[in-house]
Write a protein that binds this ligand. Sequence first.
Ligand SMILES: NC(=O)c1ccc[n+]([C@@H]2O[C@H](COP(=O)([O-])OP(=O)(O)OC[C@H]3O[C@@H](n4cnc5c(N)ncnc54)[C@H](OP(=O)(O)O)[C@@H]3O)[C@@H](O)[C@H]2O)c1
Length: 244
Amino acid sequence: MEENVLILGAASDMAVGIARKFAAEGYSITLAGRNMDRLKAIEADLKVRHNGNVSSVMFDALDFENHYNFYHSLPEKPDVVISVFGLLGDQEEAQSDWKSCQEILFSNYVGAVSILNVVANDFEKRKKGVIVGISSVAGERGRQSNYLYGSAKAGFTSYLSGLRNRMFRHGVHVLTVKPGFVKTKMIENMKTPGPLTATPKEVGERVFKAVKAKTDTIYVRPIWSPVMIMIRNIPEGVFKKMKL
Ligand SMILES: NC(=O)c1ccc[n+]([C@@H]2O[C@H](COP(=O)([O-])OP(=O)(O)OC[C@H]3O[C@@H](n4cnc5c(N)ncnc54)[C@H](OP(=O)(O)O)[C@@H]3O)[C@@H](O)[C@H]2O)c1
């Protein structure tokens, strides 16, 4: 029987790139998200392109109480779970409005922890599975322009690292993805440098390759590795004076 991928936050542009790649490689796909109309449209498109087994289910990352039931009532237990959902939010607004701030923290960190705890406990029992988390380079060093989002992603990166350490001995692989810039609606209003900006299709290909190779952490475009070494190594005394 074909393996199944559960994609959480499946209406995102990046998720579509990932779903297309896994469907092309013969996986059955479960799309999970809160916008059922959009999921149904993506489902129909995947079926036409790949003639595959695709279904859609309601999932809200902030509905913590329901995460256990959501996962345990899936028609098919997944072999791979990819957590894609996230929210950039508005940094300035969130600095003074707790509701906006909380939404950023919960959408990028708490929601992911809540659902992936449930997944991890199941995979641990089954002694197999792959968990993929879409985190961000923004989590590597806090900057004034997006440190609320960045700090939630930093928490998520750290969570994935600990989860990988816990799950290794149980035959479960955990992959951390730091995409860098990706041309999606999340950053549609931003001007980003071409060489640092990937497409959702590239994300799908890199994630698939890393799942197969059991890689621990990836940047989608390798150029992000030297860029982030540089950014991490700017002395704090200099960094705090920069407008980033
Ligand atoms: N684009 C970039 O440059 C970039 C860079 C680094 C990391 N990332 C990360 O990549 C991931 C995908 O983002 P994207 O670029 O593809 O942006 P996107 O198209 O805006 O996707 C974000 C998705 O998250 C979903 N989502 C947000 N809150 C949710 C909730 N409570 N429950 C369920 N789904 C929820 C949204 O669902 P709705 O469709 O219902 O709103 C949307 O589909 C995110 O985790 C993001 O932080 C993006």
